[in-house]
Design a protein around this ligand. Sequence first.
Ligand code: ZN
Length: 246
Amino acid sequence: MPMTDLASASWTDVQQHLASGRTLAVLPFGALEQHGPHLPLSTDTIQAAGVAERIARHYEALLLPAVPYGETWDNGGFPGTISLAASTVTAICRDIGLSAQSFGVTTLVVVNGDYGNRAPVHAAARELSIGGFDTLVLDYPGLAEIGDTVKETAWAAPGLCHADEIETSMVLALEPRLVHPDRFVAAYPELPADFGRRPIRFDTLSPSGVFGDPRPATAAKGESIIAYVVERSIEEIDGHLAAISA
Ligand SMILES: [Zn+2]
């Protein structure tokens, strides 16, 4: 039994899939957000969809279509960025979960690809859990570890990667035709002392929208990063499934 991709499946395909006892669904949650001049606005969506698809294949799960918008106020100063309110992200995630629950999904794994989605997606998971629906949110477990191993360039700030070597490598591995190497430019903006502790627009810090150095990015590095994040995600899902069945 392979995974079932709901974007291309019929309802009877889904019925048959669930009848085999496989009731796990995977939801990639992305964003439409600036990622420098060299990466597409859909970078976070492409990455979340790529990681989610591999997880769905591993579990022979239902794969839901990626949500292509997220909460990305930080990047609102750049044309093309479309940001949802945090409450909208929570509502979308909750409503998808409720629908999936209604036809027999028992566990929803959300693969979150955007920093701004973290709090609202976790809020949705809490609402769903209160309603008795099992939801697990993954924010790319292991990304910092594998980044430290694979990256040749410095982080723009601890844990901050945006349009840098990591993200550029991941898109080179998943959708190379959307990357513009001729536009690679490094940027290490000076961050205020209270960065991360108050709302601040990224365009006031980095005019290019880049935080880091995309120049040494390669598809092979991207593949290593994705493979490691998928491996760590599977560990977390296995641990979760064992915990709820104990
Ligand atoms: Zn991103």
